[in-house]
Design a protein around this ligand. Structure first.
Ligand code: ADP
Ligand code: MG
Length: 685
């Protein structure tokens, strides 16, 4: 059973930390119970039995537990077998929050956690102390696990070989490995320490022992990332990029505007990577609208001028097509051959593209993840750009790289990645940041409204339409209710067209449409023929229509903050001020206000992302299972971001100091093997 949970060695088991602790030296007296407070009590079962509720026939097991001060009852739903375990006369510990029972009016526990107090030497392990509570593994109960770990921990030798470099243990005053293990599993309030404070620290994973394990985990992880990066960076390229006068000319000539200082700086960083003999892996972060595309294109031109093929991959058909259209326009005066590939390019057309790419006639291939399919073969792919990287798994990233012979890679994202996450997910990449928007951008005003203000909102829309502007109305599509939502969006578009906006053209864009229908619609919106675009979130990433100034987001409470930020980034792109209306559910207005407040207050994508990460946690934030956010055992990259930063610094320092020392490196690579097996080989390289 342990093995099925990935626990094969004593070390694995020792790293199976409790998910919480209970202070069982401090039982609440039953007489002193109050509602809505989490407590542990201990007593003897006096009465117990099963019965069914009269109306719905739900099975309830109920028992009464008594200590010296009184009795309290505990109820369990649909677990009749409990009557075989919790027999009268047995001593038991209950953990939970008592509430007033609506039938009897007395305090009762509903489905509390339970543990029978056995006879054998229990006091030391299961009660009378702060006890660890483990998640059950298969049939092994929390209590059995506690016993197993007690046996293991007490049997360990007094000294263990350190797994952290000793200077780190010293510098940060971490407990030794041996002490940390004991304190992790069977913590004791330190001499002279404050009990409540200590319990509080335990619950926040902030005791020295917990911090040590968190640090150690992060440190190994960062070391691994840095080693991967070192390996990638030190891999010699098999191609060489040269800056010629002609290349310089071309790079300049494709620019329809003056680049911002940030664009220049970032391009410089990218180019210096490209001309270096080492392979580039760089992340370009820039808020929506900061102008990443043109920077990428300049780098693409440089690679083409050096005689190589290039590729640009985007996460959606719509976005890939937009890139294709725009880039073809930018490259009009050049001899470069640009091709497009996606799932919707089929039959003969597809064959033709594949042949041209394989023969090396295509200089730049733009497309969706169709680019990474087996049939796509390049002749000399040396530079790869991946747009909106957070939409792709890391695996897709590496697949595209494999299409070339160690191509230089630039990944771009407009979802500002909070540093803590960037360190874990992109720790193997160098980072460039576009921290300046092109000039002339107007601020976007954001308001939160509910149904009561709908006519007022439509009034503002009409005003903007009169002034010649265009409008987005966005509907969320939630998977469970996709059909209903889609219906709502369709109805809204119809209704708006036939009533309020009779003088304007309303279009509807949604994910179920065929690519060429979407394309057609987007073209109409771009050309100004469509005035109002009702859409599901397919417009989320990258779409660029400078004349659109209003964005109304329906059911804004259903979106994540980063997503809202992305959506809002679609407006305020031209010379006109923008308005973003977040429509929220009437019932949940207050709650939504609280969460969405940051949207009103700031347009700083990084701050919004930090907040989003805090609220939703890293998994949801990135949005895809294979996004490469590792599952840490002890650490939580949001809660423990300071330790993560520290681990990063220490890993860098350690690696710098160890340098080329072979013995040390061998030891580190040993660590890395452990690391790989733990986190999977999700990093490229
Ligand atoms: P993102 O970084 O979100 O991908 P884009 O590359 O789509 O942004 O650029 C957003 C818009 O800004 C585009 O219309 C682009 O033409 C324009 N743009 C980019 N750089 C500049 C600049 N330096 N000056 C003026 N407009 C720019
Ligand atoms: Mg973009």
């Amino acid at each position: 059973m342990l093995e099925s949970a990935g626990i094969r060695t004593a070390e694995d088991l020792l790293k199976y930390g409790p998910f919480r602790y209970e202070d069982r030296s401090n039982f609440r007296r039953i007489r002193d119970l109050s509602s809505e407070e989490e407590v542990v009590i201990r007593g003897v079962i006096t009465v117990s039995g099963n019965y069914a509720t009269p109306r719905r026939g739900m099975k309830i097991f109920e028992m009464s537990v008594r200590d010296e001060t009184g009795s309290v009852s505990a109820k369990f739903f649909n677990q009749p077998y409990l009557s075989r375990v919790f027999k009268e006369g047995k001593e038991i510990v209950l953990f939970g929050t008592p509430r007033y029972d609506s039938y009897t009016g007395a305090l009762a526990f509903l489905n509390p956690e339970t543990e029978l107090v056995g006879s054998e030497g229990d006091s030391a392990v299961h009660t009378g102390r702060i006890v660890p509570v483990y998640r059950k593994i298969g049939q092994i109960s929390a209590r059995q696990l506690r016993q197993i770990l007690w046996n293991l921990v007490t049997a360990l030798p007094d000294a263990l070989k350190e797994t952290l470099p000793s200077e780190l243990v010293k510098r940060w005053k971490f407990p030794s490995l041996r002490d940390a293990i004991t304190m992790l599993h069977f913590p004791e309030v330190p001499g002279g320490g404050d009990r409540n404070q200590f319990l509080e620290d335990l619950s926040r994973s902030a005791t020295p022992a917990q911090r040590r394990f968190i640090f150690e985990e992060f440190f190994l992880f960062q070391l691994g990332l840095l080693l991967v990066r070192k390996k990638v960076e030190s891999a010699p390229k098999n191609h060489s990029i040269r800056i010629t006068d002609r290349a310089r000319e071309r790079i300049k000539s494709i620019l329809p505007f003056h680049p911002t200082a940030a664009q220049k700086k970032v391009l410089k960083e990218i180019v210096s990577d490209m001309v270096s003999p080492r392979v580039m892996s760089r992340l370009l972060q820039g808020d929506v609208g900061s102008g990443k595309t043109i920077v990428a294109l300049q780098a693409i031109v440089l690679a083409i001028e050096s005689g190589y093929q290039t590729a640009l991959m985007a996460p959606t058909e719509l976005l890939a097509e937009q890139h294709f259209r725009n880039i073809k326009r930018y490259l009009e005066g050049t001899p470069y051959r640009v091709a497009f590939l996606s799932g919707s390019v089929k039959g003969k057309a597809r064959k033709a593209v594949l042949v041209e790419v394989e023969e090396g006639n295509t200089d730049l291939l733009i497309g969706t993840h169709a680019l990474i399919q087996g049939k796509v073969k390049f002749r000399s792919l040396a530079f790869v750009v991946i747009d909106e990287q957070h939409r792709f798994g890391v695996i897709q990233r590496s697949k595209l790289m494999e299409k070339g012979d160690l191509p230089d890679t630039l990944v771009m994202t407009a979802t500002p990645i909070p540093r803590s996450l960037a360190l874990t997910v992109y720790g193997d990449l160098s980072v460039s940041i576009l921290d300046e928007l092109p000039p002339g951008r107007q601020p976007v005003k954001t308001v939160v409204k509910n149904e009561n203000s709908r006519s007022e909102v439509y009034g503002s829309i009409l005003q903007q339409l009169k002034e010649g502007r265009q409008v987005y109305i966005v509907y969320p599509l939630v998977e469970e209710s996709e059909k209903l939502d889609l219906k709502a969006a369709v109805e809204m578009a119809d209704q708006l067209q036939s009533t309020l906006f009779v003088n304007y053209n309303v279009g509807l864009l949604h994910g179920r449409m065929k690519p060429d229908e979407k394309d057609e619609l987007m073209k109409r919106f771009l050309s100004g023929d469509l005035h109002v675009l009702v859409s599901t979130t397919v417009i989320e990433v990258g779409i660029d229509v400078p004349n659109a100034t209003v964005m109304v987001i329906e059911h804004a409470e259903r979106f994540g903050l980063s997503q809202l930020h992305q959506l809002r980034g679609r407006i305020g792109r031209g010379g006109h001020a923008g308005l973003c209306v977040l429509m929220v559910d009437k019932v949940r207005t207050k709650e939504a206000y609280g969460r969405l407040d940051i949207m009103r207050k700031t347009s700083d994508g990084f701050r919004i992302a930090e907040k989003d990460l805090e609220i939703r946690g890293p998994g949801d934030f990135i949005g895809t299972k294979q996004s490469g956010v590792p599952q840490f055992i002890f650490g939580n990259i949001v809660r423990d971001r300071k330790l993560l930063e520290l681990a990063r610094q220490e890993a860098e320092r350690h690696l710098a100091r160890v340098g080329e020392n072979r013995e040390h490196l061998a030891a580190l690579f040993g660590i890395m093997d452990r690391w790989r097996s733990k986190y999977g080989l999700y990093v490229v390289g």
